[in-house]
Design a protein around this ligand. Structure first.
Ligand code: NDP
Length: 276
């Protein structure tokens, strides 16, 4: 049987850990398959779709900056991608249609929201920092839990305004006001890329927050951003984005192979060993 081929499209991709995740599962479950990095320019998306239609590629993940850009090339938008208009998992279905789904929502639910031990979660106030590609998934996952008070702030306010068109119930907070807004929050989510690279950090101090506030960082490399370190020192509960990453991959794997791969200790250790 021919080896099945999977991969992730985006740019830049050199640091993606998705190949480690999927190739671990392919090996564990005895699949003759390979998952690789496919770093492409915007104008190469069409060629990738041809390969999916010709069955040269059985499935792809999509990451920055193409989660919206792939949508016009799809035959069908399914699952949570319908609500988020953000696609991270693509394959050819049994009717030969190219379908796009979103597994980031599931990733955040399993890796964070369902772990929260908060009473009256639906009454919580949440501040999301950032209005990039991942933010619609974050808003939708929170709203599925009944959370209504969602505040979104972005350095470039225009992008937050665009997101409000999709989710009219969110409240936009000016970037200059996030520190003050943070004081009343039950949950703060960093959905920016601040903290991903050395040297780029939040200028805000976030000195005053509720003691019960929970801080979530979508970033998982480094394992502990400056913000996580800072809040941990203050005994505030923090989470990084590692489990979200593994769970989004788990659902993609299931969509492609109809097997729900196990998220075990060995896998977590393997991924963690690659992190800073
Ligand atoms: P995008 O590139 O689409 O968005 C980046 C966001 O970061 C924008 O809101 C941008 O603001 C903001 N930003 C970047 N630099 C600065 C800065 N110096 N000051 C203020 N704001 C800044 O990325 P995504 O939304 O796709 O991803 C965001 C992060 O989430 C990334 O770090 C990514 O790795 C992570 N991620 C993690 C996942 C997981 O499974 N854990 C899944 C998906 C993403 P502006 O619009 O003003 O430029």
């Amino acid at each position: 049987m021919r080896k099945k081929k999977f991969g992730i499209i985006g740019k830049p991709l050199s640091h993606s850990l998705s190949p480690i995740l999927h190739n671990f599962w392919f090996q564990k479950y005895g699949f003759s398959a390979d998952y690789s990095i496919i770093e492409i320019e915007l104008n190469e998306i069409e060629g990738i779709f041809k390969k999916i239609r010709n069955k040269e590629l059985q499935g792809i993940n999509v990451t920055v900056p193409y989660k919206q850009a792939v949508i016009p090339f799809l035959d069908l938008l399914i699952g949570d991608a319908n609500k988020t208009l953000s696609v991270n998992t693509i394959s050819l279905n049994e009717n030969e249609k190219i379908v796009g789904n979103n597994t980031d929502v599931y990733g955040l639910e399993q890796g964070f929201i369902n772990k929260l031990n908060k009473t009256n979660l639906d009454q919580n106030k949440v501040l999301i920092l950032g209005a990039g590609g991942v933010t619609p998934s974050v808003i939708y996952a929170l709203s599925k839990k009944g959370i209504k008070q969602i505040f979104v702030s972005n350095r470039t306010i225009k992008k937050a305004d665009e997101i409000k068109k999709k989710f009219p119930f969110i409240v936009i907070t000016k970037w200059e006001d996030i520190e003050e807004r943070a004081e009343e929050m039950d949950i703060i989510i960093n959905a920016t890329s601040i903290g991903l690279q050395d040297g780029i950090e939040f200028k805000q101090e976030f000195r005053v927050t509720k003691k019960s506030m929970v801080y979530y960082d979508v970033i998982y490399n480094p394992k502990e951003t400056m913000m996580i370190k800072k809040f941990k020192k203050k005994k505030i509960q923090t989470y990084n984005g590692l489990e979200m990453f593994i769970y989004q991959g788990q659902k993609s794997f299931f969509l492609w192979n109809q097997i729900n791969p196990e998220f075990d200790k060995e896998l977590k250790q393997k991924i963690e060993s690659k992190l800073k």
